[in-house]
Design a binder for this molecule. Structure first.
Ligand code: CDP
Ligand code: CDP
Length: 227
């Protein structure tokens, strides 16, 4: 069976990265977390001591920096200018600024061009906000994965508790997720929205396994399963 591409979009905490990684593993495909690229730019911007509204300086930095995404069994390793930032890009300081930086047109242009390049050889499962609409509009499978805000906040809360990095209350997390959803949905350039041909999956009361199985079922129905 020929390889194909899978686009998974949706709001924060919907389960995109967890599910995309497992689907890629099951099919022997490459997983690409595009959110990590926007986070990597945000990390560099903060390292350089810039504010997220210093657009021209941010664009100049982004044009000079080198982002490498290395697929690993446990997820995707992110290297910026030879520094491993895989963990550093997940802090709340980065999460606070990332959506503002992701709304800069020239930043999106730069990262989308890199993402399109990664998708050329097919056999890619890519997750983000604009994958089905802009990055891989011709992806064979498109999923718009969502869940209620309270469920997504609870998932993130549990995740933070189990990693011992819980610096926010459940209420603060819910507020943060709702704020980011709004910025991502309302930005001018390639906002978060369901592609007209994407399958809508509400995972509010679905387990990770159920979502993965449903997507693998779609792959079998549509393109014969992969590998
Ligand atoms: O994992 P989480 O849902 O918290 O977010 P992420 O996927 O790491 O993405 C972080 C932020 O990057 C999002 O809130 C968006 O503002 C931005 N993003 C984007 O604009 N386009 C993408 N394709 C991926 C992420
Ligand atoms: O990438 P995104 O922000 O959409 O979400 P994620 O980081 O993959 O998932 C957020 C958390 O929800 C993780 O701890 C997942 O294990 C969990 N999750 C869940 O409990 N049930 C699901 N159906 C999907 C994800």
């Amino acid at each position: 069976m020929d390889k194909f591409n899978i686009a998974i979009d949706g709001p924060a905490g919907a389960g995109k990265s967890t599910i995309a990684r497992l689907v890629a593993g099951a099919l022997g495909f490459v997983y690409v977390d595009t959110g990590a690229m926007y986070r990597a730019v945000t990390w560099k911007v903060q390292q350089e001591g810039l504010r997220p509204d210093q657009e021209s300086e941010i664009v100049a930095i982004a044009n000079r920096m080198r982002i490498e995404l290395i697929p690993r069994a446990e997820g995707q390793q992110v290297i910026v200018d030879d520094i491993d930032v895989t963990k550093a890009i997940r802090t709340t300081a980065i999460t606070d600024d990332v959506s503002q930086i992701a709304s800069i047109g020239a930043i999106r242009q730069l990262l989308v061009a890199m993402q399109k390049q990664m998708a050329i050889s097919k056999g890619v499962v890519m997750d983000g906000r604009d994958i089905g609409t802009h990055v891989m509009p011709d992806a064979e499978i498109k999923i718009f994965l969502t869940a209620s805000v309270s469920e997504r906040a609870e998932r993130r809360f549990k995740e933070m508790q189990s990693s011992g990095s819980c610096t926010m209350t459940l209420q603060e997390l819910e507020h943060d997720i709702a704020r980011r959803d709004q910025m991502d949905q309302e930005r001018e350039i390639s906002p978060l929205k369901r592609a007209h041909d994407a399958v809508l999956m509400d995972s509010t009361s679905m387990s990770i396994e159920e979502v993965v199985d449903e997507i693998l079922g779609l792959c079998k129905d549509k393109v014969g399963g992969g590998k």
